[in-house]
Design a protein around this ligand. Structure first.
Ligand code: CUA
Length: 199
């Protein structure tokens, strides 16, 4: 039987890991290892560039808040919740998650318009998911989860908790009406106070 001498391995790998020279890895396999490493490098690169140049970050940007005293905070006091338009015309939606609902219980927002959601929890870990949209985030107690998105299609959407938060978890929901842009009127509440990335 003809035994082939071990094929030369990638030089840089042999230098990094001396035992590499004794492991047989098929050339085809080597190619696919390189392809998968390149894919990982590409994804990490895209995430890094987005974070640096487009400001796309995970929802929890380590903006902290005292979950136990939300009602005393300016931004998440009860009468400051819901939909507001700030000084620059940005629509900010402030919502509080607590066992077992989202507050306010119902909101109206315009379709095809950028909306900045700011979520906080008043007790334990919750999540929020709006089916058929790209709204989904964890709501970690002690942190503000901020997501800017827009909903292309008008309609009534449920707002569901997707992190187990207690016995009432599967009853934790509220709803959101996305209405045609031209039919939506900004609520006449006093201008929002409290920190957002738009100020
Ligand atoms: Cu809140 Cu599950």
């Amino acid at each position: 039987m003809h035994t082939e001498p071990t094929k030369p391995k990638s030089q840089w790998l042999s230098k990094l890991f001396p035992q590499w020279a004794h492991i047989h890895i098929d050339q085809l396999e080597q190619k696919w290892i390189a392809v998968s490493l390149a894919a990982v490098a590409l994804f990490v690169g895209v995430i890094t560039l987005d974070a640096l140049f487009h400001g796309i970050n995970p929802p929890s940007k380590v903006e902290t808040i005292d979950s136990a005293s939300l009602h005393l905070s300016k931004e998440f006091a009860e009468d400051n919740l819901g939909v507001q338009v700030d000084g620059q015309g940005n629509i900010i939606v402030r919502m509080v998650a607590g066992r077992y609902s989202f507050f306010p219980k119902h909101i109206d927002v315009p379709a095809e318009t950028p909306l900045t959601f700011r979520w906080v929890s008043m007790d334990v870990l919750h999540g929020v998911h709006i089916p058929m949209t790209n709204m989904s985030t964890m709501i970690v107690p002690g942190y503000v989860a901020e997501i800017t998105t827009s909903f292309p299609k008008p309609g009534d959407y449920p707002l569901l908790c997707n992190e187990y938060c207690g016995l009432g978890h599967n009853h934790m929901w509220s709803n959101i009406s996305v209405i045609a842009k031209e039919n939506w009127t900004a609520p006449t509440k006093p201008a929002a106070t409290g920190g957002t990335s738009h100020e």
